[in-house]
Design a binder for this molecule. Structure first.
Ligand SMILES: [Fe+2]
Ligand SMILES: [Fe+2]
Length: 303
């Protein structure tokens, strides 16, 4: 609800009408290119612990761009290998399935999430930084908790804020109303998105994930990354992505407007048998993994 001034001292309350309709959102999402088949297939294979190097090679070699990036990564100064790695098979054996899959997904996220989302207070590259830090945090939490598949959670956390890419232009256009709503209601930025625009970036992100044909568990992680207790399924996975987002924000990775009015759900800690102290103790590992990932991507981009 917002107030309209009629005359000095006289006001009337107006209902807030969301500015967006579902069909507008669907139209915008349909303009997003589909996730490349190779990335989807790699993701699917990575969920199966029985996947062999041969199976991964058969898929990756279909994409020249990814093949080139993987070989360039192995031959970068970072690894300092005495002999050049010239085949995908050797590259995979050297990197290991997990590193390779995460590298492919992170490189893909660079392409998708590089744009500035100034409506959310994020400069160019900041959404990617936030996604990668959250992905690595999810991996660290999953390793500790040993309840869910780290690779799957890496992807869910990497893409959890992808809805911001779609909503950004509308958030920019309605910035004044959204900020006024946050001030007046003392609510989160997310609640203000819902009140003013009619949709949150979490809801829109889940639509994007469905558009990309990602598995339902990832759609759920994205949809409920701010309200993990409201999910009906995949409770551990959703709680992990929520905590990963929290850890990334607490450590300064892509704070923006989300971080300034962030609502943390302590129930996620209880669900996974963790404590605030344990979560905080993960910060050094997160910084270390983030710096390594950022180095590898940069090396690969400019080598
Ligand atoms: Fe978010
Ligand atoms: Fe986030």
């Amino acid at each position: 609800m917002h107030l309209l001034a009629l005359a000095p001292g006289e006001t009337v309350a107006l209902e807030t009408h969301p500015v967006l309709t579902l069909s507008q959102i669907v139209r915008r999402i349909q303009q997003i290119p589909p996730m490349p088949d190779v990335v989807l297939k790699v993701l699917e294979l990575s969920e199966n612990p029985e996947t062999s190097v041969k199976q991964l090679v058969e898929v990756i070699r279909l994409d020249q761009g990814i093949t080139f990036k993987v070989l360039r990564l192995c031959n970068s100064a970072h690894y300092g290998l005495p002999r050049k790695v010239s085949s995908l098979e050797k590259a995979l054996v050297f990197l290991g399935n997990n590193t390779l899959v995460n590298f492919i997904l992170t490189s893909y996220a660079v392409d998708v999430c590089q744009a500035a989302t100034l409506g959310y207070g994020l400069e160019a590259g900041e959404l990617w930084r936030h996604g990668v830090a959250s992905a690595l945090a999810a991996e660290i939490i999953a390793e500790r908790v040993e309840k869910s598949e780290p690779g799957l959670l890496f992807t869910g956390a990497l893409l959890h804020d992808v809805g911001k890419l779609i909503l950004n232009e509308f958030v920019v256009a309605e910035a004044e109303r959204i900020h006024a709503h946050v001030e007046k209601e003392r609510c989160s930025f997310l609640d203000a998105e819902k009140a003013v625009l009619g949709f949150t970036h979490a809801e829109v992100g889940a639509q994007v994930a469905a558009h990309w044909n990602l598995p339902p568990v990832l759609v759920n992680c994205i949809l409920h990354h701010h309200d993990p207790e409201r999910t009906r399924e995949d409770h551990d996975e959703v709680a992990t992505v929520h905590l990963a987002n929290t850890l990334a924000l607490m450590n300064g990775y892509g704070i923006g407007s989300e971080g300034q009015t962030y609502h943390f759900e302590p129930a996620s800690l209880t669900r996974l048998g963790l404590s605030v102290e344990i979560l905080l103790s993960m910060a050094p590992a997160l910084h270390q993994r983030f710096n390594l990932a950022a180095d590898l991507i940069r090396l690969n981009a400019f080598a």
